[in-house]
Structures are given as structure tokens and as C-alpha cells.
Design a protein around this ligand. Structure first.
Ligand code: FES
Ligand SMILES: [Fe+2]
Length: 417
């Protein structure tokens, strides 16, 4: 009965006003959550993990997205594979969520056994004529982009992932993320819709009031300001900052480090933005004093002044710095709960307690992630209230949210909603 009283998803999309946050139902409704999983997580390329999550042959990690479960593994030939975590006998899950080490994939139900290539090698009680060759685990379409694993579950995977690949392979090459080491991982479940998680990440309007640790290394002016409210001195400072930025970008690029802002956020499937950002203060890293947390830099990087390559996608954010990288994966769990999985990456040979202190490495983003979880929960609680109506975005600081909301509506439309 309630469903019949509810407006259709299509009319909620119609109700979206440009320059404003989404109608409440798009954040809160169960039917929208399932549509989102289909449109944005089953039909788009999503970021699910890293090559360095499985550094050795036999390493495997299970990643669940909605009712889909994926096994990311490294096979005996050191190749990365992604297969569906569904036994080809009667469908049982092969592995539980999280990391493990395996020599073969054995289904605990009736012991059907698969090689790390996915081939079925043993199926007892099935008779001599049983053809194992057509019962391999289902392979998942994936791409490694600079060591970041993107998968697409759709038959027709969006081809515009290629632009992301072209740009980020070059940008990340010196950092050798493929061979980095995951020094730490934290899962936080935010009590909010995944789109509120992404919106929160795409603005720093909230940073100065909420992220004291992050603000040591973030340059405030990078995240938008209202030019009309600036004093003449502040306006001079803002203009000098813009000029200094373009000089730094020119200088980094002249030294062979691609740095300019590139985004693909409109009329596209694969939604991303990247830019090399200046780090404030000591200028080296996102730590509590902005100095490097690891004395062993990533990959072939030797300079501490390469700033922070940020990369946004529709289910991730990332910061690649000389000494370490922070990478976050966003996976919706329900209409009002979202997993944010954050990993800290260092050089594969960096040793904890010798080259880096884990506390210094993780402090800023542990605090920032917890602060963001609190903000997203507050936002979600408010959008559930009957007093909520779509709010106006700041044209100076929240333009990226407007782009995201428009992209969201466009993609829903493109899938027939
Ligand atoms: S369901 Fe896996 S062996 Fe039967
Ligand atoms: Fe934040």
C-alpha cells in the first residue's frame, strides 16, 4: 500500500532542481537504493581493490558489493584475476569476506575444487562424462589502472574508462602503486546514503570547521571561496595563490610530472577528477605536521615536493603523495549505511618502526574519516526528516556536488528510470 502511495523514482528525478541537493527519497528510499546498486555499481566501472592487496601468488581477498561477491586473487603465474565467488555446482559461496591465502579454491559444500585460474579441476560423484571445462568460475571484467583494480559487472562495460586509464597510468607511474604495500586498512560504516558520502567528499566547505588535522596540509583556498566576501588584502592573497598554483603546475609538468586538473563529470559514464594539489605548511604529506610519514618514498619518487595527486571517482577518493598514498573505496550497504574502506600505502620495502611510524602515517585520515562519518550521519538524519527540502549548493564551494547530482540523475535516466 505504501509503495502505491510513493511517487515513482522517475518523478523524484524530475523533482531535482539544478544547483540543489537531491529530493529526500533519492537518499532514503529502499527502491532507489536497489536502483543505485544496479545503475552505479553493476553497470559502471567501480573501484574495488588494489593489485597490492594480493602481493603473492595464492593471496585472495573477497569484496562484497550488494548481493554480488568477488574474489580478487593472484594466480600461480603471478597474474591478477577477479572471479565471481559463486560455486558452479549449486552456487554456494566459496570464500568468506576479507583476505585469505589459498592454493586452490575449494567449495566447502561438496568439495568442488577450482584452480586459481578459475578452472574446475575436481568434482566428485559427477560421473565420467561430466564436462568440467564449461564449469569454470565466472571471470569478472576488470582493469588495473596504475595498480587500482576497477571491475564492471555489465555485459557492455562503459568504454570511457579508457580516458581514466590513459591519464592515471602516466600520472601514477613514478609511484609504482602496483608494487606498494598496504600498511594499514580501516573499515568505517557511515550511517548515511552513499551519495551523501560522496557529496561530503567533494567539498571542503566543511573542512575548516571539522577537520583540524587535515587542514594542516590542505590549502584552504583550493576548495573555493566567495570573492565578494574577501577583504582587499585577502583578495590579493587569493589572486597570488592562483598565480602561484599555475606556476607550480607548469614547473611540475616541465619536470615530467603531469599535474593539471582533468575531469570527466558530465555526459559520461566514468566519472572522475584528478589534479596535483599543493600541500600546505611543510608541503610534503598529509600528516599532522605536513612532513613525510615514511622516509622510504613510493616507487621511484625521490622528491618530497610533488604535492598530492588527488583522484575522485563515483565510489572512491585517493591521495597519492611522495611518501605514501591514501585510498578509499565506497560501497553502499543499505539506503542508510555505507562502507568506507581506507587503505594507507607505502613502498613495499618500507618497514614499520624503521622507515615509518604507523601512528604518524594514519593519524590525519583516521581522524578525518571519523569526522566525516559523523557529518554524513548528521546529513542522513536530516534528509529523513519531513522538514528537509533540497538545499542550495554554494556556487563557490559546492559546484562539484551539483555536477555529481546532475550526473546521477542523467545516469538514472539513461538506465530507464
Ligand atoms: S555448491 Fe559448491 S560443491 Fe556443491
Ligand atoms: Fe570531510
Amino acid at each position: 500500500m505504501l509503495n502505491r502511495l510513493q511517487s515513482s523514482i522517475s518523478s523524484l528525478l524530475d523533482a531535482r532542481i539544478k544547483g540543489h541537493s537531491l529530493p529526500a527519497g533519492l537518499y532514503t528510499r529502499e527502491d532507489v537504493f536497489h536502483a543505485d546498486l544496479d545503475v552505479f555499481f553493476a553497470n559502471q566501472w567501480i573501484y574495488v581493490g588494489l593489485e597490492c592487496d594480493v602481493p603473492e601468488a595464492g593471496d585472495a581477498v573477497v569484496i562484497d558489493v550488494g548481493t554480488t561477491s568477488l574474489i580478487l586473487l593472484r594466480d600461480d603465474d603471478d597474474e591478477i584475476r577477479v572471479v565471481r565467488n559463486v560455486c558452479r555446482h549449486r552456487g554456494a559461496r566459496l570464500l568468506d569476506a576479507g583476505p585469505t591465502v589459498v592454493s586452490k579454491l575449494v567449495c566447502s559444500y561438496h568439495q568442488w575444487t577450482y584452480e586459481l585460474s578459475g578452472e574446475l579441476s575436481y568434482a566428485p560423484h559427477m560421473g565420467k562424462d561430466f564436462d568440467k571445462s564449461c564449469r569454470s568460475l565466472k571471470a569478472v571484467n576488470f582493469k588495473s589502472i596504475g595498480g587500482l583494480i576497477y571491475v564492471c559487472l555489465a555485459e557492455n562495460a562503459p568504454p570511457d574508462i579508457e580516458r581514466l586509464k590513459e591519464i592515471m597510468e602516466e600520472r601514477l607511474a613514478p609511484y609504482d602503486i602496483r608494487n606498494a604495500k598496504v600498511a594499514h586498512q580501516v573499515d568505517v560504516i557511515e550511517k548515511g546514503n552513499w551519495k551523501l558520502t560522496i557529496e561530503n567528499n567533494r567539498e571542503c566547505y566543511h573542512c575548516s570547521a571539522n577537520h583540524p588535522e587535515l587542514c594542516v596540509s590542505f590549502v584552504d583556498l583550493d576548495f573555493g571561496y566567495d570573492p565578494e566576501s574577501l577583504s582587499p588584502e585577502d583578495r590579493d592573497e587569493a589572486e597570488a595563490h592562483v598565480a602561484m598554483y599555475s606556476e607550480r603546475i607548469k614547473s611540475w609538468e616541465a619536470d615530467g610530472f603531469p599535474s593539471s586538473a582533468i575531469e570527466q563529470v558530465k555526459n559520461c559514464n566514468t566519472n572522475f577528477r584528478t589534479q596535483r594539489l599543493i600541500i600546505a605548511g611543510a608541503g610534503e604529506s598529509q600528516t599532522e605536521d605536513a612532513t613525510a610519514a615514511s622516509s622510504r618514498f613510493l616507487g621511484q619518487v625521490t622528491r618530497s615536493d610533488l604535492g598530492d595527486i588527488h583522484l575522485w571517482g563515483h565510489n572512491s577518493w585517493n591521495h597519492f603523495m611522495g611518501d605514501h598514498a591514501v585510498t578509499a573505496i565506497v560501497i553502499p550497504l543499505s539506503a542508510d549505511a555505507t562502507l568506507v574502506r581506507t587503505k594507507w600505502l607505502v613502498h613495499k620495502d618500507a618497514v614499520e618502526g624503521v622507515d615509518y611510524d604507523l601512528g604518524k602515517l594514519t593519524h590525519v585520515w583516521v581522524e578525518t574519516t571519523n569526522q566525516d562519518a559523523e557529518l554524513v550521519a548528521r546529513a542522513h538524519a536530516g534528509v529523513q526528516d519531513s522538514a528537509y527540502e533540497p538545499g542550495v549548493y554554494s556556487k563557490f564551494s559546492e559546484g562539484a556536488l551539483d555536477d555529481f547530482a546532475s550526473w546521477y540523475v542523467d545516469r538514472m535516466r539513461a538506465h530507464g528510470y
